[in-house]
Write a protein that binds this ligand. Structure first.
Ligand code: IPT
Length: 267
């Protein structure tokens, strides 16, 4: 018994945590996991990966690649002979998915900073072509707009710590009036923290930072990161359970909550 996992880069912390948890829960259910990692050239290579898995008799596949709903539907339509479950689509998409609510955690983080008195926000989002990145950014912006606040700057990174580092340097150079930075994931927040330390900007006394993911390392950043927590282990568990269910109609798509975890990087 084998299930497939088609995943984005495992150099990223969240997808690698998901892969580890998918393996764990699949093994518990008596299944092996074949992992196919793709990075670029997304559309073509997702189909290549699925074909590769099909040729190894895999009939159930978890897809952790950011996909707009139309793309995910196309993949579903072109692969009726395998059961595909998506982990990184808009949860309202009609395809079979187990995803996080993109709005609740984003909203909670903005409201937390507003209640602390912040009004000058810099936004560091993930890549433009990631659906999760887009939805997180959108709900930050909506929550700020409800209070009549326009962000000081909006920059896109690529999820890596390196991009967080260079984005923070750009913010300090071009729009240094911000008092808080909302960051689209914890790896970029790590880079932001490094840049601010280097420029002797005190966190959280001068600038507050809120991340997103709460991967295993985030509590050990300096300062410990206040962040939106995604229970990636739970997402993986639910995904395996949904995929292996006897009756998939009785186990429809599921939306998981995200919540703010308060540590020391915002005040
Ligand atoms: C999402 C992470 O939040 C982000 O940090 C990045 O690793 C991204 O994955 C890679 O695609 S989690 C995903 C299940 C929405």
């Amino acid at each position: 018994f084998t299930i497939g996992l088609v995943t984005t880069s495992l150099a990223l912390h969240a997808p690698s945590q998901i892969a580890a948890s998918v393996k764990k829960y699949a093994h518990q259910a008596g299944y092996q996991v074949l992992i196919s990692m793709i990075d670029e050239d997304v559309n073509q290579s997702i189909q290549d990966s699925i074909n590769e898995l099909k040729s190894q008799r895999v009939e159930k596949v978890i897809i952790n690649i950011p996909l707009e709903s139309a793309e995910a539907e196309r993949i579903y339509e072109n692969n009726r002979d395998v059961l595909c479950l998506f982990l990184d689509v808009d949860p309202t998409s009609p395809v079979f998915n187990v995803c996080f609510n993109p709005a609740d955690g984003s909203r909670a983080s903005v409201e937390y900073l507003l209640n602390l008195g912040h009004r000058e926000f810099a936004l560091l989002a993930g890549p433009v072509d990631s659906v999760s990145s887009r939805l997180r950014l959108q709900s930050w912006q909506e929550t700020l707009a409800e209070k009549g606040i326009a962000p000081v700057t909006v920059i896109h990174g690529d999820w890596s710590a390196k991009s967080g580092y260079y984005s923070a340097l750009q913010m300090l150079r071009e729009t240094p009036q911000f008092t808080a930075i909302l960051v689209g994931n914890d790896q970029m927040a790590l880079g932001v923290i490094s840049a601010l330390h280097q420029h002797n900007v005190a966190i959280p006394q001068q600038v507050s930072i809120v991340g997103y993911d709460d991967t295993y390392d985030s509590a050990f950043f300096h300062p410990a990161l206040t962040t939106v927590s995604l229970d990636l282990d739970l997402q993986s568990k639910e995904a395996v359970e949904h995929l292996l269910a006897e009756d998939n109609d009785a186990m429809p798509s599921k939306v998981l909550p995200a919540r703010l975890v308060v540590r020391n990087s915002a005040s």
